[in-house]
Ligand binder design. Sequence first.
Ligand code: HEC
Length: 125
Amino acid sequence: MIWVARATLALLVTLSIAGPAHAGGDAARGEAKFGDCAACHKLEAGANDVGPSLHGLFTRKAGEIADFRYSPAMKRSGIVWTAETLDSYLADPQSLVPGNRMPYAGMDNAADRADLIAYLLTATK
Ligand code: HEC
């Protein structure tokens, strides 16, 4: 298992050296990728579902919607959602926020994540 953690760490370091992962994302393709999330997340303000509404996500603190029951792990994560933090979260949710309760294994492909984030940057406004 240790090698898995090392490999993940190496990948994270590589990604951060590579710079903002959302550069060049295609929002139209990202809208289709949102199909991965739509079963649990709505984009309208106040529309919590299995997961919290993603309205106004960017620059919000993790676990901040008052009437959604977050995991303690998410509430105390100290994350502020930006394109960069969301990219790391979607790549491997349990690695960035261990013990969080989002039942989603992660989106492996960095280009897919960039497209999805490009879409969310406008769709969550
Ligand atoms: C099967 C349901 C499910 C799917 C699919 C899912 N999520 Fe979630 N999501 C959740 C739940 C539940 C939480 C709350 C987790 C917690 O409190 O630990 C969450 C939390 C989040 C948060 C933190 C929000 C906040 O207010 O801090 C973000 C961002 C997020 N999800 C984005 C996504 C995106 C983008 C996708 C698609 C790639 C996705 N999720 C797929 C259920 C889901």
